[in-house]
Ligand binder design. Structure first.
Ligand SMILES: NC(=O)c1ccc[n+]([C@@H]2O[C@H](COP(=O)([O-])OP(=O)(O)OC[C@H]3O[C@@H](n4cnc5c(N)ncnc54)[C@H](OP(=O)(O)O)[C@@H]3O)[C@@H](O)[C@H]2O)c1
Length: 210
């Protein structure tokens, strides 16, 4: 499958890139600084581009079977997430890519008491602006007419092993027997590429955890 990915120099995006290459996909990584991409492969093309520029999003994603964004804003610039989301939607619409899969946040997932995770006691105050920006970005995406998919990590995403064993949920936090919601970056990437290979969540949100 032809896949364009943004954020491939980030912690999550880099792991998604490995998973895409492992599964034989043909990938364009659009990054601000191509020298940061260490991987070289005949199925990988690296292009310089900025997500804040919808013309570049449209040009680089034109005709792709999937566009993945693992973009993350800098601490203190969380509002940029909204501009990036609009730029992605406009670019994907104009470039006629088949679908857009966005790596989002867990903060707007619902808990058992029907309260969003970010509104529960103990949710870290310093992460709230990011969680709120992710929730607003999800709203923008959900109102769009493109084939979007919003993927929320578990409450905690770790550097642990890729196991290939995890559970999928939709709008609710997935927790284990101890009430913990965690996923490794490797398993998060595996679940995201599973969704590309076998679409289940067109125009909806899903989450993954152990
Ligand atoms: N539990 C949770 O809810 C949870 C946990 C972890 C992560 N997340 C979310 O998952 C996403 C990815 O996280 P991460 O930890 O992998 O982030 P990260 O390591 O900070 O990576 C962010 C990526 O975005 C890219 N980027 C930033 N501005 C850009 C622009 N204008 N144009 C193109 N690319 C741009 C960066 O590129 P450069 O290398 O050029 O800076 C980098 O590749 C974030 O949105 C984060 O909030 C959620």
């Amino acid at each position: 499958m032809k896949v364009a990915i943004f954020g491939a120099t980030g912690a999550i995006g880099k792991t998604i890139l490995w998973e895409l290459m492992d599964r034989g996909h043909e990938v364009i990584a659009i990054v601000r600084d191509p020298s940061k991409v260490e991987m070289k492969h005949e199925r990988l093309r690296v292009e310089q581009g900025d997500l804040l520029n919808p013309d570049q999003v449209a040009d680089f994603t034109a005709g792709q079977e999937a566009v993945v964004s693992a973009y993350g804003p800098k601490f203190g610039s969380e509002e940029e997430l909204l501009e990036v989301t609009r730029s992605l939607i406009e670019g994907v619409r104009r470039g006629k890519a088949a679908r857009l899969v966005v790596v989002g946040g867990a903060g707007s997932l619902l808990t058992d008491s029907n309260v969003m995770l970010m509104d529960t006691p103990g949710f870290p105050e310093e992460v709230k602006p990011l969680a709120m920006a992710h929730a607003d970005a999800y709203g923008i995406l959900a109102e769009s007419d493109i084939n979007w998919t919003y993927m929320s990590p578990a409450a905690t995403i770790t550097t642990g092993q890729r196991t290939g064993q995890f559970r999928i949920g939709m709008n609710r936090v997935v927790t284990d027997d101890l009430g913990e919601s965690t996923i490794s970056i490797g398993d998060f990437a595996a679940a995201l590429v599973d969704e590309l290979d076998d679409p289940q969540f067109i125009q909806s949100r899903f989450t993954v955890a152990y």
